[in-house]
Design a protein around this ligand. Structure first.
Ligand SMILES: Nc1ncnc2c1ncn2[C@@H]1O[C@H](COP(=O)(O)OP(=O)(O)OP(=O)(O)O)[C@@H](O)[C@H]1O
Ligand SMILES: [Mg+2]
Length: 448
């Protein structure tokens, strides 16, 4: 506990405006080693009290000579630990009726009355006991101060602790969210792998069957003379060809198609596709391309990449029935420095192709199923639900991945990541050429 008392707060203030009382009392007290201060009136006394004092001696008649309201106000405003001691010097007959009528004893609270003439010993012992009482008050003040300090320190500790806990809680929530995201991504990959295996098996068998069907129809057409039968066989051939195309799309999703993987320049592919894109998308949608100038070559099958871009562009167009903006970008990405975003990709360099639209966006439910084969929200006959499955399969089979972000009413972005082709000189920069790419045009999934 800290209870240092400075000499100022042990001073004895004296207010005795008539005769020699003030000087006599001061002399007596100072001889005993006490510090005194003689005040001219109550105003000065109140000012000195503000500076600190141990006790005050006031003569009865002082109250009739100057206004004492400031003094009463000071006493009234004492802090809880303070009960300032006052010695009032009365006449030899005790408190006069005139002084009693002022009723200020209660207001001053801690009052001792001493009759004059005074014995030096009486005054000294009264003042000493006043000072002892005052010191105890200072001790209480110190104790209260220490308690406040401790409470403040405790509050600071609690606040620090609360902040630490909040921080730990926040980190825990982030970790839980990350874990949930990783688990969801794993579940999605496992689901897609399971669907892929099943789809791939069925598509493979159907492909063999359809090859046999088509071959036999071709032979039959050559041997049949009758035109009507020929027409029937041609219809059968068209249906079988349509079936074969579907099985190829399923094989693409299942990552079981023949890919011609080589180092390709995505910027060049996009430039070549320009004209076809303009014709396919229509005039209500503005097409913007933001191509990275020093784009790395990517490992991909250029024909399949054309299909990927067209499928994504068609999806974007369908999501913007009353027009909007379609943005295609290419960027180099170092996967070591970016969050994996649920992509099951190894750390390393990737080339990213993104297609964004300002269309309807997808609900969470649609987004969760968008890659599944035959999942479509489009009207019967308007979409097969194989476009994104194909995009997914092509990207994965090339060693990359796909990610979608979509917000209802705002739009959708699909990122296709392809591994960077190493040991290949970067292709020269290309000027956008707007030429149709025939091979892609025929193969657009579910085109209208
Ligand atoms: N850019 C997009 N904006 C909003 N929804 C989209 C977008 N792309 C895909 N979708 C949603 O995902 C579903 C599946 O897309 P996907 O491309 O696989 O099939 P599809 O477009 O319906 O048919 P297909 O591409 O085979 O003709 C779509 O039906 C649509 O609901
Ligand atoms: Mg589609």
């Amino acid at each position: 506990m800290t209870s240092t008392v400075d000499p100022q707060s042990e001073r004895i203030l004296i207010l005795a405006p008539i005769g020699r009382d003030a000087r006599t009392a001061a002399f007596l007290l100072e001889q005993s080693g006490l510090e005194t201060r003689i005040c001219a009136d109550f105003k000065e006394l109140a000012q000195e009290l503000e500076q600190g004092a141990g006790a005050a001696i006031i003569t009865e008649e002082a109250f009739f000579r100057s206004p004492y309201q400031t003094l009463l106000s000071w006493f009234d405003g004492q802090p809880p630990w303070s009960d300032f001691p006052v010695v009032i010097l009365t006449s030899s007959r005790g408190v006069s009726s005139q002084f009693a009528a002022l009723s200020i004893m209660d207001a001053l609270r801690n009052v001792s009355l001493l009759e004059r003439p005074l014995q030096a010993m009486t005054l000294l012992s009264t003042i000493r006991s006043c000072l002892r009482a005052r010191r105890r008050q200072y001790e209480v003040r110190g104790y209260l101060f220490d308690r406040e300090q401790t409470a403040a320190e405790l509050e600071r500790l609690v606040a620090d602790r609360t902040l630490d806990l909040q921080d730990a809680n926040r980190r825990l929530r982030i970790e839980m969210a990350e874990r949930e995201q990783a688990e969801a991504a794993l579940r999605q990959t496992q689901k897609m792998d399971a669907i892929g295996q099943m789809t791939g098996g069925i598509a493979h068998d159907f492909n063999n069957l359809l090859t046999a069907v088509l071959g036999n129809i071709e032979l039959a057409v050559k041997r049949v003379e009758d035109d009507r039968t020929k027409d029937l066989l041609k219809n059968a051939m068209l249906a079988a060809e349509r079936g074969a195309k579907l099985t190829h799309q399923l094989l693409a999703f299942a990552r079981k198609q023949q890919l011609k993987l080589e180092a390709v320049d995505l910027n060049a592919i996009l430039s070549d596709l320009g004209d076809l894109l303009f014709r396919t998308i229509g005039t209500t949608v503005r097409i913007e391309t933001v191509l990275q100038s020093d784009l790395w070559p990517a490992v991909a099958d250029s024909t399949q990449i054309e299909l990927v871009v067209l499928n994504l562009a068609l999806n974007a167009r369908d999501a913007m029935p009353s027009g909007g903006r379609l943005t295609i970008t290419t960027t180099n990405i170092d996967m070591r420095g970016v969050p994996k975003q649920g992509l099951n990709l190894p750390a390393g360099d990737f080339v990213c192709l993104s297609v964004s639209d300002t269309g309807t966006g997808m609900t969470e439910d649609v987004l969760a199923k968008a890659f599944e084969p035959f999942f479509t929200t489009k009207a019967f006959g308007a979409g097969t639900g194989l476009g994104l499955s194909q995009v997914y399969g092509v990207a994965r089979q090339s060693g990359g991945g796909v990610r979608i972000e979509s917000r209802l009413g705002i739009g959708t972005t699909v990122w296709v990541y392809l591994p960077r082709a190493k040991n290949v000189a970067a292709p020269p920069e290309v000027e956008p050429r707007l030429q149709p790419a025939e091979r892609a045009e025929d193969a657009i999934s579910g085109g209208r």
